[in-house]
Design a protein around this ligand. Structure first.
Ligand SMILES: Cc1cc2nc3c(=O)[nH]c(=O)nc-3n(C[C@H](O)[C@H](O)[C@H](O)COP(=O)(O)OP(=O)(O)OC[C@H]3O[C@@H](n4cnc5c(N)ncnc54)[C@H](O)[C@@H]3O)c2cc1C
Length: 325
């Protein structure tokens, strides 16, 4: 058992003051990821500041159709929100496809976005991992990497991001609201929150020390037709092998607007910008959608054990757009 200090913040200013100048301080949401990693010895914070009781626990629907979801909102609560279910169905589906009811009851929105990779080598302190232990190497590249990323990777790291919620948020063009330690607010598009590994895989997000996620803005949905589909090794309680969130508007039989994001393929939710551009204005069949999806993988660097994800992703996008049309 390794000792650490625990403090519960009652307001955001207090949270910032508690972590200020303490390099090994971390925020605690529901603890479902952080505490697991502390037990495994992967993370060894000296101070844990509980921010789950801060007043960011509401889901506020706006007259324009947008929503502000508080960072401390629990997954279960968000999954039951009728306004989200009716107007952002991909988000509800993504959320309910993740983890278990027990974990969702405890986990927060902010913690979900910042959960760490499930790469087995990251979680195993007995193996090299540049993300956990800079400069030690990447055991996943020559090792077991079936569930890891095929695009956005580097020679230093091939970890994938595990969040389902983040994939749906990417398809809905969500913006993350961040409170800096000095109280200033910063807005970070979800596509920019997570950094690609490059030579510094241990720097996972654009957040700076003391930054607190206070909420997520959802703009009014681009189209009512949307879904989330997740391929996994068993029907529940499993992370995505590949998942897709898609929002589609069809106009006179052609794609008027489409937003597609994938999970399980990259170190962050992977938006298929090239695919979307190729599909708008067309009346695509399955093969056209598959070809358009492959465009977005032009820079993919699959490994022998996970190259199958390229075909799986193309098939999944085709199936989901067929369902939505
Ligand atoms: C068995 C199991 C199966 C799972 N399956 C899935 C799945 O299928 N899909 C899926 O998406 N997830 C899955 N998860 C992961 C789960 O969703 C996450 O553990 C959870 O969302 C993390 O939220 P939390 O509030 O508990 O975060 P915590 O564990 O409290 O924190 C996670 C990280 O976020 C930081 N943090 C927390 N709040 C803030 C804040 N407000 N501002 C800044 N930093 C903050 C913490 O410092 C920490 O680094 C699974 C987990 C388990 C244990």
């Amino acid at each position: 058992m390794r000792a650490f200090r625990y403090a519960r913040a009652t307001d955001p200013g207090e949270a910032a003051a508690l972590v200020a100048g303490v390099p090994d301080a971390v925020y605690l949401g529901g603890g479902t990821n952080l505490v697991d990693l502390m037990k495994l010895g992967v993370l060894r914070p000296g101070l844990v500041v509980d921010v789950s009781g801060l007043p960011y626990d509401t889901v506020a629907h706006r007259p324009d159709g947008g929503v502000l979801i508080g960072g401390a909102v629990r997954g279960r609560r968000l999954g039951l929100d009728e306004g989200i279910r009716s107007r952002f169905p991909a988000l509800t589906r993504a959320l309910l496809s993740g983890a278990s009811a027990q974990i969702r009851t405890q986990a927060t929105v902010a913690g979900n976005l910042l959960q760490r990779t499930r790469c087995p080598y990251f979680q195993d302190t007995g193996t090299p991992c540049n993300r956990r232990s800079p400069g030690s190497g990447c055991a996943a590249i020559p090792g077991v990497h079936r569930d890891l990323a095929v695009i956005g990777t580097s020679d230093a790291c091939v970890a994938s991001h595990p969040s389902d919620l983040a994939v749906a948020l990417a398809a809905y063009d969500a913006v993350v609201e961040v409170r800096r330690p000095d109280g200033e607010q910063r807005l970070v598009p979800i596509h920019e929150l997570h950094r690609l590994p490059g030579d510094t895989p241990w720097i996972e997000t654009v957040l700076e020390p003391g930054d607190l996620i206070t909420g997520v803005h959802l703009p009014p949905p681009a189209a009512p037709s949307a879904t989330y589909r997740k391929v996994r090794d068993r029907w529940s309680y499993a992370f995505a092998v590949v998942s897709v969130a898609a929002v589609l508007r069809v106009e006179a039989g052609r794609v008027g607007d489409v937003r597609i994001a994938l999970g399980g393929v990259a170190p962050r939710p992977w938006r298929l910008w090239a695919t979307e551009r190729a599909l708008v204005g067309t009346d695509p069949g399955d093969d056209d959608v598959r070809a358009a999806t492959r465009l977005a993988f032009a820079d993919a660097r699959p490994l022998p054990g996970n190259a199958f994800k390229l075909d799986l992703a193309a098939d999944l996008v085709a199936a989901v757009l067929r369902e939505l049309r």
